[in-house]
Design a protein around this ligand. Structure first.
Ligand code: M6R
Length: 610
């Protein structure tokens, strides 16, 4: 959720903080602020709205500081406004704090502090932290000790960065449940909630783990646990480049990421296909493959789009690996006391690797002794590090809030895992080869689909004013219907629902009239005849139909109002291709409506609160 960036060093940190916040804006964008300390002076600048508003304010002031922190907010407690924006400060304006997460016991702490005479300005939970730390500073503890003592009283989640005018040679950060990295430079160091904020300045980072606190100076850093144990940290080299996190001339990250799928899908498979043997090689699973193959059951837990990928995974695992598979919303998983056995495998799928609900599911599964495997995009992310083993999807940085290329890459990785397991069980080499052959053909087929962009834009124009949409698919493409509906909802604010096509007649059919566009995902697979019957049922009731169909399908044209014809592939891989026209449809409708595609209202890219 909220984005955090900080700098300590010999340069003026103001442009560094503003640039960092712009990179982090996909994490939250309702208000932003910076706090600076220089030569015994401190200043805070905060604005409601996007980082551009803050940037404008900052440009009118002549600010210079070698120590500073910046924050872009996704509101949890307190409406988006200037007062609730971070940094929060103590009464004397000498102590600044930024926070990502939720302090669950803030009401209790607040009352205690109010009894001590502390006044609160904001409605946020975060403000208690700054006063709590101040209460220890006034007892002559150092900044780092005060932070440590304060955090011992706190329940909830946090990634925090704190600076103090009386100790201008350090920046103190700590995390529990919200990501934080320390970036290392020459006579300068950085902190951030994710590496994209500091990638322009350094590629050397240290990932903090939960319960750790770092004291960062311009020439070094130390890390200890909140309970005061010194820790040696490993330095990691970031492999992503700045170009990968730039828009690269595209009007929106979402469009860039949709178009990148030819490459991202290729990258997800690169070096992982053993074509002659009709199987896959996944280094990240090498040590656990026997346990995975012998699992009695597979559970997949995830949220949002990653949950839709999980549903496709369920079809794959059950059809080919013949292992009973269940998919569960991560947010529900831990709260229903799930039955997890030691011979179960639990996969967690997460693009960001930071989603709080998915992390909670991971911990639940680990505590119960299952084999816990992560499927993540962001290298070094918390879920990737906390899983016992896993596979990176290698889709490259995904900045658009609406997940696109990560979804198709998750499907590829699920197909590779299926192949690996199924071939070790009963799938023959020739059956495996059919899958590897088709996997290899996907990038070219995606290029063909992307050529349909203009046609899809025209369809978007026809339907831009619709108030509701229904998306229907069967089998492997039922999750694609869910995903198509989610894409439309989140960026165009049009109500849309995905259903298994046959379920329509059990209720949703009542909604169908000439104002209801129905999107059918209708490849010529084992469910085609049934889907055609469903199309007829909608048509008989005056619904307007858009179909995604195979390019060789000559029948469907006369049945539907609009048809988007795409290359054919095998059933298990058809969700990879079918989801792309739906991404483009949602994208164009949102653009035509003049909406902010990359930063849809109320959403954030990485949901680090439960
Ligand atoms: O980073 P994750 O994959 O764990 O994120 C899960 C969801 O928050 C995410 O997929 C969300 O639904 C996207 N906005 C969908 O486009």
């Amino acid at each position: 959720m909220c984005g955090i960036v900080g700098y300590i060093g010999e340069k003026n940190c103001v442009p560094i903080l503003i640039n960092g916040l712009k990179r982090l804006e996909y994490r939250g964008y309702d208000s932003a602020g910076i706090g600076l300390i220089e030569n015994g002076n401190s200043s805070i600048i905060k604005n409601k709205g996007k980082v551009s508003v803050l940037e404008e304010t900052v440009s009118t002031l002549n600010l210079h500081a070698g120590l500073g922190i910046g924050h872009t907010r996704w509101a949890t407690h307190g409406i988006p406004n200037e007062i609730n924006a971070h940094p929060h400060s103590n009464e004397k304006n000498t102590l600044f704090l930024i926070h990502n997460g939720i302090i669950e016991n803030y009401q209790t702490i607040k009352k205690g502090l109010q009894n001590l005479g502390y006044n609160f300005k904001s409605d946020t939970d975060s403000e208690v932290l700054v006063h709590l730390i101040d209460s220890f500073l006034t007892k002559d503890y150092s900044l780092s000790k005060s932070v440590q003592l304060a955090l011992n009283e706190v329940e909830g989640t946090y990634g925090i960065a704190v600076i103090y005018q009386n100790e201008p040679d350090k920046l103190v950060v700590a995390r529990k449940g919200s990501p934080l990295v320390v970036g290392l430079g020459e006579h300068e160091n950085f902190i951030a909630s994710d590496v994209s904020a500091i990638l322009a300045y350094t590629k050397q980072v240290v990932y903090l783990d939960d319960g750790e606190l770092a004291v960062v100076s311009k020439d070094g850093f130390t890390v200890k646990t909140i309970s005061d144990k010194e820790i040696e940290k490993e330095i990691h080299e970031i492999s992503i480049s700045l170009e990968e996190i730039d828009k690269g001339g595209y009007p929106h990250f979402m469009l860039k990421e949709i178009i990148e799928q030819t490459e991202s899908v290729r990258n997800s498979m690169r070096g992982r296909l053993l074509v002659n043997e009709g199987t896959a090689k996944l280094g990240g699973l090498a040590d656990v493959v026997d346990r995975l193959v012998n699992s009695k059951r597979i559970l997949i837990s995830a949220c949002g789009t990653s949950w839709h990928a999980a549903l496709v995974g369920e079809y794959m695992f059950e059809q080919f690996a013949r292992i009973p598979t269940e998919v569960e919303y991560a947010s529900e998983f831990r709260y229903r006391n799930p039955i997890i056995e030691k011979d179960d495998t639990v996969f967690l799928i997460s693009q960001s690797g930071e989603t709080a609900d998915t992390r909670a599911a991971l911990h639940e599964a680990k505590n119960r002794g299952a084999l816990v495997l992560g499927i993540c995009n962001v290298v070094g992310s918390t879920i990737a590090r906390e899983s016992m083993a896993g596979v990176y999807i290698h889709a490259g940085p995904e900045i658009g809030v609406a997940s696109t290329k990560a979804f198709t890459s998750q499907l590829i990785v699920l197909a590779l895992i299926t192949l690996l397991v199924a071939r070790k069980k009963s799938l023959s080499t020739s059956e495996g080869k059919k899958i590897t052959d088709e996997l290899q053909k996907l990038p070219d087929k995606i290029s063909e689909i992307l050529k349909l962009n203009d046609q899809i834009e025209q369809i978007a124009n026809e339907f831009k004013d619709s108030k509701n949409f229904l998306y229907l698919g069967r089998g492997y493409n039922f999750p694609v219907a869910l995903e198509g509906a989610l894409k439309l909802k989140e960026i165009s604010y049009i109500h849309a629902e995905g259903y298994p096509a046959a379920e329509m007649k059990h209720g949703p059919i009542a909604l169908i009239d000439e104002n209801m566009p129905v999107v059918f995902i209708a490849p010529k697979d084992s469910t085609y005849e049934k889907i055609v019957s469903n199309i007829e049922e909608v048509k008989a009731r005056g619904g307007r139909i858009i179909a995604i169909a195979d390019d060789a399908d000559g029948e469907i044209d006369s049945l539907v109002d609009y048809v988007i014809k795409i290359p054919r592939t095998i059933e298990m891989l058809s969700p990879v291709l079918n989801s792309i026209p739906l991404q483009l449809l949602a994208y164009h409708i949102a653009v035509i409506k003049g909406l902010n595609v990359d930063q849809p209202r109320n959403l954030a890219k990485s949901v680090t609160v439960e």
